[in-house]
Write a protein that binds this ligand. Structure first.
Ligand code: F6R
Length: 514
């Protein structure tokens, strides 16, 4: 048995099986399912009905693949609250949690729903509903390019995906800008509903949440309405103030993150409309949302997200522009300015990617630090959250992101001679404030790596020796350029430390457990 997920009542089932004389060989919840199946199979002599009895009894989240020596030409698949898809090949069949695992073999797939059970044979799949009735499954065609899921000469998927960002961002933006206006033809939300919105919640996990933090700042500025951002794992237990007048924007690359999915369902049950920003077409979050905006990042294989983050970010900013225009809260001049800069972003990203020497040098100089702080204000704080997560997850260095204004409230006590501080100073309105924070930490002996825009780098060089400089763009879009050197810094540091960059320890690409 292959099991993805968690069986919540496994202890109780285990006790029952032990009382029936079953001997266990491991401590896993997965073995409990396998032993329970063996138990019912022994009683019924029929594997399919034994599977249904097991599904009736187990609680939790699971995607199961079941093989039995008594069924040598087939296997059984079942799911609840964990992704599972079926792949139809020529003379062969597949089950997988994620489409990227099988696109090399087939792009003809179906998504299994909760309670369904599939009997899978080479070249033939029969699906049954929760009551055991045979049913027809809708097929989806995955149009991702197969080569997009291969390394194509790069040492790591992460590096390849960093390099693919200009193209991914271009593909996400350009079909949605027509004659200088943001056009979301796929949106079903009525203009009157958008104008009447009282509140927006952005809900997500990890890096997708960090996109939401940028979104909070930018959407509040563009819409002049309250926008809240919350981690999905907190939102679902926080009894949040959500009702019919609230729009919940759910962000997820995989479209399968369990906490995000649970938050979506809860918000929906409270009457909110759900608009999701998702990368994987047809994924669970996409299917359960009222509206979906797809990021056209293509398959992302490296566990640490890069191009999905970047495409989510531009899409959320475009949404802010679109809503702000309908609400009349964004001036025509600022609107055109942002649209113009959005169109220019891919070319500017390419320029950042062409200038990596300084990043490589700084990574070689600082890769053996044990603790690194990212500081910044406003959008630079949001950017710091992502830069710090990227670095810690792939290099295993302890990193923290702090809002610079908070330093004095505790963190500054950690700064001593040689502590590395990555100071983010790309948000123009607060440049001077950020500069004074740099002076503060420098005075305590910190080594500084500063990230700023080309227009400010000369001024900053009077105070800081190590400067990474990115092209200027509209201030609300600056994180889209700022994140690229931070991704590369994390990548090169992890490379120096010999880490498993694409598959960092203890992490999974889709987090389908709580
Ligand atoms: C970090 C990273 C994770 C994901 C998070 C949410 O590099 O990839 O923090 O952002 O697990 O995943 P999705 O976006 O698939 O919901």
């Amino acid at each position: 048995m292959v099991h993805n997920g968690i069986i919540e009542n496994y202890m109780e089932i285990k006790e029952f099986l032990v009382s029936q004389g079953v001997r266990f060989r491991s401590e896993t919840d997965t073995e409990v399912v396998a032993q329970l199946l063996a138990y019912y199979y022994g009683k019924t002599g029929d594997m399919m009905s034994a599977v249904y009895r097991v599904l009736d009894r187990i609680e939790g989240a699971y995607a199961l693949g079941i093989l039995s020596a008594d069924m040598p030409d087939s296997f059984i698949a079942a799911r609840k609250d964990a992704p599972l898809l079926l792949g139809y090949g020529e003379g062969c069949s597949f089950i997988a949690s994620d489409v990227t695992a099988i696109i090399k073999h087939t792009r003809d797939i179906s998504y299994m729903e909760d309670g369904e059970v599939a009997l899978v044979k080479a070249g033939a799949i029969t699906v049954f509903d929760a009551l055991g009735r045979q049913m027809e499954k809708e097929h989806s065609f995955v149009d991702w390019d197969v080569s997009a899921a291969e390394k194509g000469g790069y040492a790591h998927f992460m590096f390849k995906e960093i390099m693919e960002q200009p193209e991914a961002v271009r593909k996400t933006i350009s079909p949605r800008i027509k004659e200088g206006r943001v056009a979301f033809e796929e949106l079903k939300l009525e203009p009157d509903y958008i104008r009447g919105l009282k509140k927006i919640f952005i809900v997500a996990c990890g890096s997708s949440y960090h996109v939401g933090v940028v979104g909070k700042y930018n959407l509040e500025r563009l819409l002049r309405r309250p926008v809240d951002v919350m981690l999905a794992s907190e939102f679902r237990y926080a009894d949040p103030l959500v009702d019919e007048d609230t729009l919940v924007i759910v962000i997820s690359q995989s479209g399968e993150t369990l906490d995000t999915m649970a938050a979506l369902r809860m918000a929906k049950s409270l009457g909110a409309r759900i608009l999701s920003i998702v990368n994987v077409v047809g994924s669970s979050i996409a299917r359960e949302s009222d509206d979906v905006l797809y990021t056209w990042a293509g398959p992302e294989i490296a566990v640490a997200t890069t191009k999905a983050y970047s495409t989510q970010l531009v899409l959320l900013n475009m949404l802010g522009l679109y809503f702000g225009d309908l609400m009349g809260s964004v001036s025509p001049a600022e609107y055109s300015d942002i649209v113009w800069e959005l169109l220019d972003l891919p070319a500017k990203m390419e320029r950042v990617l062409e200038n990596t020497e300084e990043i490589k040098y700084l990574a070689s100089r600082y890769f053996n630090h044990n603790s690194i702080f990212f500081i910044g204000r406003h959008l630079d704080y949001a950017l710091g959250l992502e830069g710090s997560l990227k670095l810690k997850e792939i290099s295993y260095i302890h990193c923290e992101a702090y809002a610079s204004g908070e330093l004095k409230h505790g963190t500054i006590s950690l700064i001593e001679n040689g502590t590395l501080v990555v100071a983010l100073c790309t948000y123009a309105p607060l440049f001077e404030k950020s500069l004074s924070n740099i002076v503060e930490v420098k005075a305590r002996g910190a080594d500084i790596v500063a990230l700023t825009t080309n227009s400010r780098s000369r001024e900053l060089s009077k105070t800081v020796e190590n400067i990474l400089s990115i092209p200027d763009t509209h201030m609300l879009l600056q994180p889209s350029l700022g994140v690229v050197p931070l991704q590369l810094f994390a990548y090169y540091v992890a490379l120096h430390r010999g880490c498993d960059i694409d598959k960092p320890r203890n992490l999974a690409k889709s987090v389908t457990v709580e």
